[in-house]
Design a binder for this molecule. Structure first.
Ligand SMILES: [Zn+2]
Ligand SMILES: [Zn+2]
Length: 60
């Protein structure tokens, strides 16, 4: 789901990858040029969110 929106009205704001490689969140507020940038965003945001398991950092 979108690391910025997280959810709207209890429903997760999903991120979909477009055929051209761009990623766009369900409400259209956020987009990323490619999956690498998206994953980096998730990783960075997860470091700042308390109480969230740091799965991103553990895998490196
Ligand atoms: Zn979003
Ligand atoms: Zn959204």
């Amino acid at each position: 789901m979108c690391p910025y929106c997280k959810e709207h009205d209890g429903k997760p704001c999903t991120v979909t990858e477009k055929p051209n490689g761009r990623l766009l969140c369900a409400c259209g507020k956020h987009s990323w040029p490619n999956s690498g940038v998206f994953l980096e965003t998730c990783r960075r945001l997860s470091l700042t969110v308390t109480g969230q398991v740091h799965t991103w950092t553990q895998s490196f």
